[in-house]
Unconditional design. Structure first.
Length: 148
């Protein structure tokens, strides 16, 4: 019996541990007491892709501060995580930088899980913020354009 060959055409995306979601979030990156400004191209439960004017060396451990957006006006407290640069590519005068999260504690993992849930549709802003609109026992106002 012949052993099945691995299909070398398998895409990188299909081999990923976690799906990626395209999202543009401002990020503050710190490395060797230097702060860089960047933004995300995409994010997953295990890492993210940064776009930055400056490159970072491979295997470099960096601090990342994300302020996650949950719909209109919902912002998280800054989320601080540590990542390791796993790839970097110069592209059109900027750099795409692949970062794998490392040293993620339970609270950081919970916050990342919540943000990814918002992106993949398994959570919505109302669930995140207890978001039912305020209701009152007042009768409908005929002059209220939003009244029923």
């Amino acid at each position: 019996m012949k052993k099945a060959k691995r299909d070398d055409r398998e895409t990188t995306a299909s081999r990923r541990l976690h799906p990626r979601f395209q999202v543009d979030v401002q990020v503050s990156v710190s490395a060797d007491n230097v702060k860089l400004s960047a933004h995300t191209r995409d994010i997953s439960r295990s890492g993210l892709c940064l776009i930055s004017a400056e490159g970072l060396p491979l295997e470099k451990e960096i601090g990342i501060e994300l302020v996650l957006k949950f719909g209109e006006g919902g912002l998280s407290e800054p989320l601080h995580v540590v990542g390791k640069v796993v790839w970097s590519t110069a592209l059109f005068g900027q750099f795409q930088i692949g970062v794998m999260f490392v040293k993620v504690d339970e609270e950081q993992a919970r916050n990342l899980h919540m943000f990814i849930g918002f992106l993949d549709g398994s959570l919505n802003a109302g669930e995140l913020f207890g978001g039912d609109e305020e209701t009152t026992d007042k009768p409908n106002d005929p002059d209220d354009p939003f009244g029923a």
